[in-house]
Design a protein around this ligand. Structure first.
Ligand SMILES: [Zn+2]
Length: 413
């Protein structure tokens, strides 16, 4: 007799219906045999997956789109302008309330590992104070990594001190935005500073890298080289890497090899970047994502993230990471059956590696019983329909359940 049993679920790569037995919060059995538990949940033939992992979101800006003004041009420049004004009068209670609301949205859609970049350029690090508070509140349900994110750069002494202060307050990782610094040299210096702090406090690095439609933005190469020279392989991620799509093929291939050697995790954000990038290109316009397919084929740990949910940077978004995978597979030209499987890996196993939780992650005996079930018969159906999770389990406990949508016909056929 197990403590909890979830019956009649399908695995992505095995035929037939399985039952999962849970003991002391761990997976104790995955079997076709009939098993019984003190608590039992009917799985209705749903797909069962390990939880989704969101490697790039923002809990300080979240759910502020249109409050009080909307980004009319849709550009990064106008978004930064709106956010700069808003953060000058940021209220800790307001940030906490929005962050909590967003986390509930993500959790109910199966995301149990979340990496959130928090802007550290507001007065008194209020955004960070708020997100740290929310992290504490949700600590039994999700793993939340906070990245100290210097939206206004790292050139000034003041911003450098804020970065160090953020780490002392509890940020788990550090970031830089080299392409937004005033000069190329300042961009390289920002990466150097980021590595200095990461090594001093033993933190991971997650850089917002080359988020521009400009082949001259070459910070990904520098990031990979620094990762190798500083011995931080496997502990560094880069979001966006849009410029890689604009490099000529020879240079792009050279950078991809360096990225692979450095064991960088590359995070593509197709929802935000397909709408924001390519705006100023002449036709034909860029697709707004990095070279996802080439990176994947070369064995780089490439991931897809949802990124913003209703912010000045991106007014849309439901927090459903399957929507990001769905769009990502379109933009990356990856709609073959095995490529759709790769798309699923990009929101599960790959970001779990970037999150550095591989040993605790996956549907395997003795691993934590944290998993999700979704009403879809096949992978193609899952990616096409992007359903909400029927069940979200964390360490053997049911966290949330959502009724699948159902259509009733009122006409004869
Ligand atoms: Zn972002």
């Amino acid at each position: 007799m197990y403590e909890t049993v979830v019956t009649n679920v399908r695995l992505i790569d095995r035929e037939g219906a399985f039952n999962i037995g849970i003991t002391k919060g761990k997976i104790d059995a995955i079997t076709k045999d009939e098993i019984h538990g003190k608590n039992s949940w009917e799985g209705y033939g749903d797909l069962v997956l390990p939880p989704f992992v969101e490697l790039h979101t923002h809990l300080d800006t979240v759910l502020t789109a249109g409050k009080p003004v909307s980004n009319q041009t849709g550009t990064l420049a106008e978004a930064i302008e709106i956010w700069t004004e808003a953060k000058s009068r940021l209220d800790i209670e307001d940030v906490s309330r929005r962050a909590a609301e967003a986390l509930k949205l993500l959790i109910s859609q199966g995301v149990l590992f979340i990496r959130a970049a928090v802007d550290i350029s507001d007065p008194d690090l209020r955004a960070l104070q708020a997100v740290l508070k929310v992290k504490e509140t949700f600590s039994s349900i999700i793993d939340l990594q906070i990245v100290a994110f210097p939206q206004e750069g790292l050139e000034s002494k003041e911003n450098q001190e804020k970065m160090e202060c953020a780490v002392r307050m509890g940020a788990d990782g550090v970031s830089a935005v080299p392409h937004l610094e005033k000069t190329n040299k300042a961009g390289i210096d920002s990466l150097d500073f980021c590595f200095k702090i990461a090594r001093k406090y033993e933190k991971f690095i997650h850089v917002f890298c080359d988020e521009v439609d400009d082949p001259n933005s070459r910070f990904l190469e520098s990031l990979a080289e620094l990762t190798i020279s500083q011995g931080m392989e496997g502990k560094v991620s880069a979001s966006h890497a849009i410029a890689l799509a604009y490099y000529d093929d020879d240079y792009a291939q050279q950078v991809i090899q360096l990225v692979k050697q450095a064991q960088l995790t590359i995070v593509s954000c197709p929802l935000v970047n397909s709408s924001m990038q390519g705006r100023f290109d002449a036709f034909p316009k860029g697709r707004g994502i990095t070279r996802v397919k080439s990176l994947y084929e070369e064995g780089v740990n490439v991931c897809i993230a949802h990124d913003d949910v209703q912010t000045p940077f991106y007014p849309l978004g439901s927090g459903n990471i399957l929507q990001a995978a769905h769009l990502g597979m379109h933009l990356a030209h990856m709609t073959g059956t095995s490529e759709l499987k790769a798309g699923l890996e990009m929101i599960t196993a790959h970001p779990a590696k970037g999150f550095m939780v591989e040993e605790q992650y996956g549907l395997e005996i003795r691993k934590p019983a944290s998993f999700i079930t979704l009403p879809a018969a096949t992978l193609t159906e899952l990616i096409s329909h992007q359903p909400s999770c029927r069940y979200v389990f964390k360490n053997g406990k049911l966290v949330s359940s959502t009724q699948p949508k159902m259509t009733t016909w009122h006409v004869p056929f």
